[in-house]
Design a protein around this ligand. Structure first.
Ligand code: ADP
Ligand code: MG
Length: 238
């Protein structure tokens, strides 16, 4: 793997340098991200906000190695990850990145514990220990009575907590959450907000894509995206 040096600071978890993303639609090139540069530092709680269609999810997918940029460089944990094979990207993704999605994206007919263990399939190591870890994380999220349940036996809030546990199982360098409260009633949404806040207090680096003002409000840094460009990137004084 290339270890080309970029201008990242030592506490940088992830950086984008002049990243663009184009889609080819017939003869037309649609530029969905346009020259985006940013750096996420260890321990940050970042909200990415912007109107629908502005490129937030595309940006998150590129930062999380779920998608490839058309131009520019992505650095994760100090490594240039711009030109990885699919297999290498999958391995790094499982190791360094946790995802929480609006639709939870749990596997159906699969228990909470098994869903949480999904990102560990390439880990090797002691399956029993991993299972104990999954149970511990689920229990800390209040799901100790729901370990063997399938997603369709859980409420939306419970499903999202399983997804949060899945995002945590490999102790990733960064957790991405794309509209994590978008499919929840306000009470469950509030619980998810509190969980994310606490995880950040424990030192987790979290990037949230959101329309939800309550979610954006708790962030220490707010990045505004408009038409695929960063319109502003502001840190709050703490
Ligand atoms: P947001 O998450 O801010 O709502 P997205 O990142 O999902 O925005 O989408 C940004 C733009 O990219 C939208 O105009 C969307 O239609 C377009 N887009 C996303 N994926 C594709 C694709 N696979 N092919 C073509 N256009 C796409
Ligand atoms: Mg989106």
């Amino acid at each position: 793997m290339s270890t080309k040096k970029n201008k990242t600071s030592p506490d940088s978890v992830l950086s984008l340098f002049h990243v663009s993303k184009d889609y080819q639609l017939g003869d037309e090139t649609l530029r969905v991200l346009d020259d985006v540069s940013l750096e996420i530092k260890s321990g940050e709680l970042v909200a990415i906000i912007g109107p629908s269609g502005s490129g937030k999810s595309t940006l998150m997918h590129i930062m999380g190695l779920l998608d490839r940029q058309s131009k520019g460089t992505v650095t994760l944990a100090g490594r240039d990850v711009s030109d990885l094979s699919e297999a290498e990207a999958a391995r790094l993704r499982n190791h360094y990145v946790g995802f929480i999605f609006q639709q939870f994206n749990l596997l159906p007919r699969t228990s909470s514990v098994e869903n949480v263990l999904l990102p560990t399939i390439y880990n090797g190591g002691d399956a029993k220990l991993l299972q104990q870890k999954a149970i511990k994380i689920l229990s800390e999220l209040g799901l100790d009575q729901r370990l063997g349940n399938y997603p369709n036996q859980l409420s939306g809030g419970q499903q999202q907590r399983v997804a949060i546990a899945r995002a945590l199982i490999n102790d990733p360098a960064v957790i991405f959450a794309d509209e994590p409260t978008g499919n929840l009633d306000s009470k469950s949404g509030h619980e998810v907000v509190e969980i994310l806040k606490n995880l950040n207090k424990q030192g987790r680096t979290i990037v949230i894509v959101t329309h939800d003002p309550e979610l954006a409000k708790m962030a220490h840094r707010i990045i505004h995206i408009f038409d695929g460009r960063i319109k502003s990137d502001k840190r709050k004084k703490l």
